[in-house]
Design a protein around this ligand. Structure first.
Ligand code: SF4
Ligand code: ZN
Length: 737
């Protein structure tokens, strides 16, 4: 290890601490000492300082203490005879610089409150490129991924690559390994983020390319994020610095890539990161620090070629990532799941109300299918012109000695996230209301419809080894074939739905959870009971039970109901305890049978959204396919946008189509007799079941009394109709209490 690096880092520590001391003095001259400071929407103050020292910085004058502390850490100059040469002082100088950088960022936010956009994605149109420190909502959503292993770690990249192509290559290598890429600092005024944007990449938390800030000081947000995750999910107490740093070393697989010349200010930041066990790999010829002490292997590695940056970093940090090699021209993995395909990027699409897109998974006989056979029946994507719409039927046949028909819905539901894992492809919905958008970038890379089958084949084998021996996929792109598949699929869905038809919630002691949607709606937990199917319509109680059998540690866990706290609204002690844990404290309780009082949370997959109509003393519901206005004043898309993030919103609830006519549907609010408005197409689709359920509730002609868009699309328009038809809701107790 070189005296030179140690010298640069220590010198950097002095320089940074004294600069920030000056900035703080200036701030104290121009603002009142009691002026509030801090990062937005967080309970962790300035998180690095708070987590390591326990100091809670809330005002400008509070910043003096950590600065004094930082100053005290600055080591004396290097002595020549030292056993483990220079590492101790080097680490202290680095830590001092990190503290100072965090104070510097707090001062920036005080001076320029709008510098960062406190959201997941930058707003490039508004010129807001930097997202700054993640707030606690983002922390809860993303931080847990580091703890539960769905994101193995992060690459903190400072500086810029020689050109946008190289930037893209490095970043995509990390994305493929499901790592987050935290970006900060510039090299001669250029930043990696600008290069990514130039190379046509989408940046933001959703694609795991996080634009923290343009200066080296913003690299401190990466460390603050790691420490908050340790406090929030690892139960590390603020101030317990040794446990905090050990936790990071052992649990958070992170490292730094320095792209560009490493001056003193980067050197001290790199030294600071060694305290966390995060090594630095550089693309320039800097003196290396190779003895292994704090980091798992080397501390600083120089001269790493760009095309080896990812591989070397992963090795040096000792990270084990398993990546699925799937033979398609696009990158593939969870990092691409949250990516959107917006209008300007769109090449072609299917489903989403524009054409039919249907998914069906069916069990097959072992002899009947050929494993790995993927066939496109009809035109391929290269025959669809830009801006085009095509129909699609995805028919997956599965066979295996242990396979049962009960597993079909579970495998079918995987299609959603698996298609989303393909870079440049977006998948929404399920069953016969799926919607797939293909980007120009994916088509440029050579993406074809066949690749959907390739992915399904490979991932079904990987993820369901226990039950799958053979998978064959047929992709229909001719309208007649798709319509035939849809007809058949609808009959299958009906049979599946009806398997719970005669079951009552009272009959079982165990419900099931579904947390499949937490990647999009982090605090969302569906609780599925016999009389409340999952709000996407794809999972009922039977399906969840089967899913648990296949994968006992998967997203569907049994919930012991426990003591019934409210039989009318449908609330149980065991369920509450479960959801509190599964939502990581965000949701403490909810009612199964009410949309007014503490309803269940809703995610973006719901088939329908119900809303209270106070003047009509009833409720309405609207399904995804209906694009018009509704009496609650919002279209489906608006409702889904408001509710879809996993929140519970009293007065609204997401639910499946089938659930509308299940026995417990909003029974605590009066049940189906409250339903005063539905789109005509939905009403017709479930007419038979409305008739049956209406009769059970003493209103056999309920169907005729429910208004639809032909009657009106405002409460005022439909109220006379309801009165005239003597809709039962009109005479019920007031819905708003
Ligand atoms: Fe599971 Fe609910 Fe998502 Fe359906 S909507 S996949 S039931 S979490
Ligand atoms: Zn969902």
């Amino acid at each position: 290890m070189s005296k030179l690096v140690a010298f640069a880092a220590i010198q950097g520590g002095y320089k940074v601490v004294s600069t920030v001391e000056g900035e703080l003095r200036n701030a104290l001259d121009s603002y009142d000492a009691s002026t509030k400071i801090g990062f937005p929407n967080t309970a962790y103050y300035l998180p690095v300082i708070y987590s390591l020292t326990g100091m809670k910085c809330e005002t400008l004058e509070d910043l003096q203490k950590p600065m004094e502390f930082a100053h005290g850490l600055l080591p004396p100059h290097i002595k020549s005879k030292n056993h483990l040469p220079y590492l101790g002082p080097l680490l202290d100088a680095g830590m001092a610089a990190i503290f100072a950088y965090e104070v510097k960022e707090a001062l920036r936010i005080l001076r320029e409150p709008d510098f960062y956009i406190a959201e997941e994605d930058p707003d490039l149109d508004a010129g807001k490129m930097w997202v700054g420190p993640a707030d606690d909502t983002i922390l809860r959503k993303r931080g847990v991924e580091f703890v539960d292993g769905s994101a193995p770690g992060f690459a903190a990249i400072v500086g810029a690559a020689p050109d946008p192509e190289i930037a893209k290559m490095i970043v995509e290598d990390y994305q493929k390994k499901s790592l987050y890429i935290f970006c900060a600092a510039n090299h001669n005024g250029r930043t990696l983020i600008e290069q990514c944007i130039e190379a046509g990449m989408q940046v933001g938390w959703n694609t795991r390319i996080v634009p923290f800030g343009p200066d080296i000081s913003s690299a401190v947000f990466a460390l603050g994020f790691a420490n908050r995750a340790a406090m929030a999910f690892g139960n590390v107490q603020p101030g317990d610095h040794s446990k905090m740093l050990m936790y990071n070393k052992d649990r958070i697989f992170a490292f730094v890539n320095a792209l560009g010349d490493i001056g003193t200010e980067w050197a001290c930041a790199a030294a600071g990161c060694v305290n966390w066990g995060f090594p630095t790999l550089a693309d320039t010829d800097i003196p290396e620090i190779l003895p292994t002490g704090i980091c798992t292997y080397e501390h600083v590695v120089a001269n790493v070629p760009h095309d080896e940056m990812c591989q070397r970093s992963v090795e040096v940090r000792g990270l084990k990532v398993t990546i699925a090699e799937i033979d398609i021209p696009c990158s593939f993995g969870p990092a691409f799941e949250g990516e959107r395909v917006r209008g300007a990027d769109l090449y072609a699409q299917c489903g989403g109300g524009k054409s039919q897109c249907t998914e069906l998974a069916k069990m097959a006989d072992m002899k009947e299918i050929e494993d790995g056979k993927v066939e496109v029946v009809g035109p391929e994507l290269n025959e669809v012109e830009e801006g085009g719409i095509f129909p699609l039927g995805i028919y997956v046949q599965c066979a295996g000695r242990e396979f049962q028909t009960d597993f079909e819905p579970i495998l079918e539901r995987q299609i959603h996230h698996l298609v989303n894992y393909i870079q440049g492809i977006m998948h929404i919905g399920q069953r016969d209301i799926a919607w797939i958008r293909v980007s120009k970038a994916a088509v440029d890379k050579g993406f074809s419809i066949k690749d959907i089958g390739t992915v399904i084949h490979a991932k079904f084998h990987q993820d369901f080894k226990k039950i799958i021996d053979k998978v064959q996929v047929t992709l229909y792109t001719k309208k007649d074939d798709v319509d035939a598949l849809t007809k058949r699929a609808r009959a299958e869905y009906k049979t599946r739905d009806e398997r719970v038809e005669n079951m009552r919630d009272e009959d079982v002691e165990t419900y099931y959870s579904c947390t499949l949607c937490q990647s999009f709606a982090p605090s969302h937990v569906c609780s599925v009971s016999p009389e409340r199917t999952g709000l996407c319509g794809a999972y009922n109680w039977m399906d969840c039970k089967a899913s648990y059998e296949i994968n006992p540690t998967g997203p569907n866990q049994p919930i012991e109901k426990g003591e019934c706290l409210d039989p009318v609204l449908g609330q149980w002690k065991g369920v509450n305890e479960f959801i509190e844990k599964a939502s990581r404290g965000t949701v403490t309780h909810y009612n199964f049978y009410s949309m007014l009082l503490d309803p269940m949370t809703t995610c973006g997959c719901c088939e329908c959204i119900a809303a209270v109509l106070p003047s009509c003393n009833g409720v309405m519901t609207v399904h995804r396919d209906y694009r018009g206005e509704t009496p609650c004043g919002m279209k489906f898309t608006t409702l889904a946008g408001v509710m879809g993030g996993g929140a519970a919103s009293p007065g609204f609830v997401g639910h499946s189509k089938f659930n509308i006519t299940q026995g417990k549907f909003i029974l605590g609010d009066g049940g189906l007799l409250r339903m005063v408005w539905m789109p005509k197409s939905l009403k017709e689709e479930i007419k038979e079941r409305i008739d049956k359920r209406g009769a059970e509730m003493g209103c056999p002609d309920l169907y005729d009394r429910i208004a639809d868009e032909t009657v009106g699309i405002t409460e005022d328009e439909i109220l006379p109709f309801l009165r005239e038809k003597e809709h039962p809701a009109v005479k019920m107790d007031s819905i708003v209490g």
